[in-house]
Ligand binder design. Sequence first.
Ligand code: URP
Ligand code: ZN
Ligand code: ZN
Length: 460
Amino acid sequence: MLDLVIKNAVVVTVSDTFETDLGIRDGKIVALAENLNVSAKKLIEAKGKYLLPGVIDAHVHFQLPFCGTVSCQDFVSGTSAAACGGITTVIDFAIQEKGKTLAEAVQNRRREAEDKVVIDYSLHSAITDWNRNTAREMETIVNQGVSSFKLFMIYKNWMADDQVLLSVLERSRQLGAMICLHAESFSALEHLLEFYHTPKIIKRYGAYAHSLARPCYTEEEAVWRACKWAEVTGGNLYLVHLSSAEGAETVRKYKEKGLKVFGETCPHYLLFTDDVFKNKKTGHLYATCPQIKKEHDRKGLWDGLAGKYLDTVATDTCSFTNAQKAVWNGDFTKIPYGLPGVETLLPLIYTYGVQEGKITLNRLVELLSTRPAKLFGLYPQKGNINIGADADMVLIDPRKKIVYNCKKFKNGSGWSPYQGWKLSGYPELTISRGEIVAKNGKFSGQPGRGKFIKRSKVIL
Ligand code: URP
Ligand code: ZN
Ligand code: ZN
């Protein structure tokens, strides 16, 4: 007796698309066969629908204290919105406090998440206070199942200098760990702020000054420098939230040299240009870091996804309500940075990537599930539809279109940059370890059912 049988689904993996029946027992995929003739507690008919491995969002910030406030999706509302969007695993961050250890940050963050998460989760260990012990501690953390570290090149309280970057990249090579990096040039941004943060510019440009003050080269230079450090150390470098064509192009160049350099981008960089900041009423809502750039960058990032030199699409969800964003009061340096997005990642990439012919559905599976699973040590438990893997899956009906409405579909932020957009590929069902946790935008699991997943070393 199986717990769940899905009949006649079109299963999509990185390398195959095939019609099959699929059986699940105790949260695992136990059967994949045509005409599966076994009794099951529950049966789902999926003729003509795509069954994909559950999406893995390797970059989320739920209930993050940031920019003088706390991001508004907590581990319950954030992970339930994620589940409705087809995500079955998220990786958030355990950010080290000055003077404290990495282990303390991991413990505290796990405590915050533990009885709230509705889907499986893991954490990147964010290093903000490097010292002699940290190099040793990195090994302990990897052995606890946290095989990736995050560093920031900006944000005064968190940032790392080149010496720290070189040290952690060296350690990543020794430990088989991944270094995730927010790459923007701190000194260039400070220099630009001196010029742009004036009453005259604030008055004239409003939220658009946020874009003026963060031109493309602030990312390009930092990405190039980080790639150079990956080259000289032989470390494993994953550049988060790439927003520029030049950033993506630099990743391509270093990949072609055979280096372990990987790139992530996010839907907002693929779908918007900095014109959004020109809207006097809503422009400030789109402020995030790094900045949404130009048409040239949007195109370059899609080329990176199609050309296979970018590796993943994640959301960098860091959501603030309209009221939280309103504190900017006209000053672009005071906007809480970040956007919502877990609920719309899959349908956006399906609609604008697959349906518009930029990438295949198999490539979507690679970018949203299999590749992040491999890069972050979740594979083969997650990131694929295979016998023995966790039964984490998402069912979409390619004939169905929705008009996205954040009041109707689970969202947890009260607004969405994609409000009113016509989207295909919105999940009909999301299945997490064999349990249906979301159906057509309604969440149906229990807070705390999600598990902390111990990750292994990275597969490059
Ligand atoms: O603006 C953003 N992206 N907020 C979250 C923090 C970060 O830099 O990823
Ligand atoms: Zn960042
Ligand atoms: Zn982030």
